[in-house]
Design a protein around this ligand. Structure first.
Ligand SMILES: C[S@@+](CC[C@H](N)C(=O)[O-])C[C@H]1O[C@@H](n2cnc3c(N)ncnc32)[C@H](O)[C@@H]1O
Length: 241
């Protein structure tokens, strides 16, 4: 049963779920609004329809999912540099979605699709198990205060969901510039031994992976760098039995 189930008397288990985001009003520019009006219908996917890569993209290329894509810089970077990859993004913040659509238009990118919904709903309802080649979660909201840690995206129940959706040999790539969150991510990931930390596999400390070429430095990250924040990449390969 999904949370959309409206059968009278049935339980709605996720109605009161703690969300990892607050949809901020945020200023939306007229061009972003135009993009949302005119371009979103062409590129938007919705979680009530099972995701079928062949139908959506017309090919069998690998599928990379970017969760909480912000302004979409990492998706655009990947679409330009890896044209043989199918890119799917999830973001709830309307100006960010508008920004991505404008960049897609500017660069003529046809290998990106997006969901404007909670990533938990999308993963639960749209993606089949073993359907994703990579999941990227860059700079998820750190929710600094202890009483807000329950809102963090990288928690065991969420990782268990992501693990089901990534195929054997696929990748999970996390990045954050908040060291306590990086450490918490590492702790959570240790509960999932099928995810092999690439740094550890190379005999290095768990938080020591270098930024790989498929992850660009985003506006958000640059802002942190100006405050002296160091970024941490945690890159895992999934081995399923
Ligand atoms: C700090 S920003 C990082 C943006 C981008 N990944 C980057 O590196 O620049 C985190 C983003 O995740 C989005 N987000 C948080 N939880 C989400 C969820 N459950 N589903 C979809 N988007 C989410 C927020 O709206 C926000 O834009």
């Amino acid at each position: 049963m999904s949370e959309h189930d409206s059968t009278p008397g049935t339980q709605r288990p996720y109605t009161h779920r703690i969300r990892s985001f607050v949809v901020r009003g945020g200023k939306i520019t007229p061009s972003q609004q135009r993009a949302l009006n005119e371009l979103l219908p062409k590129y938007q996917l919705t979680s009530d329809v099972p995701f079928d890569a062949k139908r959506v993209f017309g090919n069998h290329n690998p599928v990379w999912l970017d969760i909480g894509f912000g302004n979409g810089e990492s998706l655009v970077h990947a679409a330009l540099n890896d044209p043989d990859v199918n890119l799917v993004g999830i973001e709830v913040h309307p100006p960010g979605v508008g920004h991505l659509l404008l960049e897609m238009e500017k660069h003529g990118l046809e290998n990106i699709r997006l969901y404007q919904e909670d990533a938990v709903d999308v993963l639960e309802n749209a993606f089949a198990d073993d359907s994703l080649d990579a999941v990227h979660i860059y700079f998820p909201d750190p929710w600094h205060k202890k009483r807000h840690h329950k809102r963090r995206l990288i928690r065991p129940d969420f990782v268990a969901l992501v693990e089901k959706k990534i195929r054997h040999g696929g990748r999970l790539h996390l990045a954050t510039d908040w060291l306590p969150y990086a450490e918490a991510m590492h702790e959570v990931m240790q509960q999932f031994p099928a995810f092999r930390n690439q740094a550890v596999a190379a005999g290095e400390p768990p938080l020591s992976s270098a930024r790989p070429p498929w992850r660009p430095v985003t506006k958000f990250e640059r802002r942190g760098q100006k405050l002296g924040h160091k970024s941490h990449d945690l890159i895992y390969t999934l081995r399923k039995l």
